[in-house]
Unconditional design. Structure first.
Length: 608
């Protein structure tokens, strides 16, 4: 709220504070004009107000009374307008800080997060901050100031008895408000938890729309959501019931205090020590005090609720980053692109090690393939190279520079990734391809799409490159999404390339087409290929076979086949499956053309 780099916002805050004091000074004068107008209309001339003669006419006093109310309202609205940009800037800065922090957290956090609940927490948190900022600056300070002025006026004009009654009333009012509001906070927290749970279930169910349909579980999903909403309904109902009790209790306390003050004033009017104008003045001052007193209750209630809303967002901000730049980190300088793993050990869980002393080198401009059974640690190698995680021991180097000693931005700028599971933004195809290099020209985007064997497909679409791909790219097939991912990596043109089963979602025919594009892209670049289909890596300069987190075999394709080990057995199984698939495809094509006469199915006896 006092940003060091924004002097304009500082001046707005200063002027808003000045207008706050001016508005309160004018507000205190309003009941005086009401008193003087009442005395003038009643013909009581025992006291002469310190005003010019032309204002002593009752009609002029009434006009002045209402003019002051309008002026005070104008000052308040001008104050709010000046402060609006200050408050919204504070909200924006905190929301920005939270968003940046979310991206700085490790992959582990994002693999475990619940997207629907997370979005709800951030949404409520930013609204809670706005509430706290607004009520603290625009309500708390004016309320305290107005109470002090009112107490001073009553002490000076009517005696300390009035001040004592007002003080007891305010104390009881605040005490009751705090007690009830603290009780309501527990209800509010339960309501927030059930709201977060319901939103999490709703978002998760919608993201898995097809899975829900596959298993006819719409009713189960609706019931799960409704159970969460039932908790929310119960807590929300209690919230409204409790606020009713709070408002009623506040009204009783203030009504009791106001009755006592009015009785004191009425007795003095009857005794002739006060005028009717004094009675009206006391009533008007108390009515004006009712508003800030109500603000005190609302301020405390809203600030406590705001703190409840933002506490989970601050919990998010308190989550420590696992991967961060060292204070002495320097930008990575890529000269040739040589990658080296030295005795790297890593585990997501200390009791389940993934990599157990892996060492290998990818020479500059060469291609090294990493294969092995599922769970051997293939994809973990790419995540470690990208520094999604830091190794527990060992070293990873690029051109002799330890990646933990360089900045993450420079490291990731030098590496291109085509992941196994491609997720696209809910935007256009052009946006998703240009994501590889946001300043790329349209012709560069088209050239990258052509290299990825998707350019012709895009041009056949009604909206071409402006076609929206849908949530997570669900409007495209798996192969089309994969080719978009390849296109944006081509556009990035990094010196180091990681292909994490980049053709896993493609059929055999498309795979062969894309493989030529990948070979062209990887030419002259240091390339690490993590492959399931061994047919895509036969031309690799070296093939590393992982098993149980260790290198079981390594060498070129022909040499590994000659060893008749793990790689050879994997190759033979895939070749047999591929040949069977090819025979089936040919049989179907011939069958459709009528070349093969279908054999008649022999009759089978019932029950056999």
């Amino acid at each position: 709220m006092w940003p060091p780099d924004r002097p304009d916002l500082k001046m707005r805050l200063v002027w808003a504070t000045v207008l706050l004091f001016v508005a309160k000074a004018v507000l205190v004068l309003v009941p005086y004009f009401f008193k003087w107008a009442t005395d003038a209309l009643a013909g009581d001339a025992t006291t002469r107000p310190p005003l010019p003669d032309f204002l002593l006419v009752p009609v002029m006093l009434v006009i002045a009374y209402n003019a002051l109310r309008i002026i005070q309202l104008g000052f308040n609205q001008l104050r709010d307008a000046l402060f609006a940009r200050v408050g919204q800037h504070a909200v924006r800065q905190l929301a920005y800080r939270t968003f940046v922090h979310m991206h700085e957290l490790s992959l582990r956090f994002h693999l475990e997060r619940r997207t629907g609940g997370l979005s709800r927490i951030i949404e409520r948190g930013t609204k809670g901050i706005e509430t706290i900022v607004r009520y603290t600056m625009l309500a708390m300070a004016p309320t305290v100031l107005e109470f002090a002025l009112t107490a001073g006026i009553f002490a000076f004009a009517y005696g300390w008895t009035y001040v004592a009654v007002i003080a007891v009333t305010v104390w009881l009012y605040v005490w009751f408000t705090v007690k009830v509001s603290d009780w309501r906070i527990g209800i509010r927290r339960e309501m927030n938890d059930s709201d977060t749970e319901a939103n999490t279930k709703a978002i998760d169910s919608l993201l898995n729309y097809e899975t829900v349909k596959y298993f006819n579980n719409e009713k189960m999903e609706a019931e799960r959501f409704d159970r969460s909403m039932a908790r929310y309904e119960k807590a929300a109902t209690m919230t409204w019931v409790s606020i009713g009790w709070l408002n009623f209790g506040q009204g009783v306390i203030f009504g009791g205090g106001m009755t006592a003050i009015m009785v004191l004033s009425a007795r003095e009017v009857m005794a002739g020590t006060q005028t009717v104008g004094d009675f009206v003045f006391v009533n008007a001052m108390l009515m004006q005090l009712a508003q800030p007193l109500n603000f005190i209750g609302m301020i405390y209630r809203e600030i406590r609720q705001g703190l409840t809303d933002i506490e989970k967002m601050f919990d998010l901000l308190a989550v420590r980053r696992e991967v961060f730049d060292r204070p002495d980190a320097v930008p990575l300088e890529v000269t040739s692109g040589r990658v080296e793993f030295r005795d790297v050990r890593f585990a997501y869980d200390p009791e389940r090690p993934i990599l157990k002393g892996v060492s290998f080198e990818v020479p500059a401009g060469k291609t090294v393939a990493i294969v092995g059974p599922s769970g051997a640690g293939k994809s973990t190698i790419s995540r470690l190279l990208f520094r999604f995680y830091d190794v527990q021991s060992g070293n990873i180097l690029i051109d002799g520079q330890e990646i933990g000693a360089v900045t993450q931005d420079s490291l990731r700028a030098a590496i291109g990734m085509v992941p196994q599971d491609t997720v696209l933004f809910n935007d256009t195809i052009a946006y998703n391809i240009r994501y590889g290099r946001v300043d790329a020209a349209p012709e560069e985007v088209r050239q990258a799409a052509d290299l990825a064997q998707i350019g012709a497909f895009i041009q056949r679409l009604p909206d071409g490159y402006d076609t929206t791909v849908g949530e997570r790219g669900l409007k495209l097939s798996g192969g089309e999404k994969q080719r978009v991912a390849i296109a944006r990596t081509i556009l990035k043109a990094p010196p180091i390339l990681i292909l994490d089963e980049a053709t896993s979602a493609l059929d055999s025919h498309t795979e062969r087409e894309i493989q030529s594009a990948l070979d062209l892209v990887s030419k002259g670049r240091t390339t690490i290929v993590i492959a399931h289909r061994l047919s895509t890596i036969v031309s690799a300069d070296e093939i590393i076979v992982l098993k149980d987190g260790q290198i079981a075999e390594r060498g070129r394709h022909a040499a590994l086949l000659a060893e008749r080990g793990l790689y050879a057995s994997m190759w033979n199984r895939q070749r047999e499956a591929s040949e069977a698939e090819e025979r089936l495809r040919i049989a179907r094509e011939e069958d459709e053309e009528g070349v093969i006469v279908r054999r008649r199915t022999p009759e089978v006896a019932p029950g056999e």
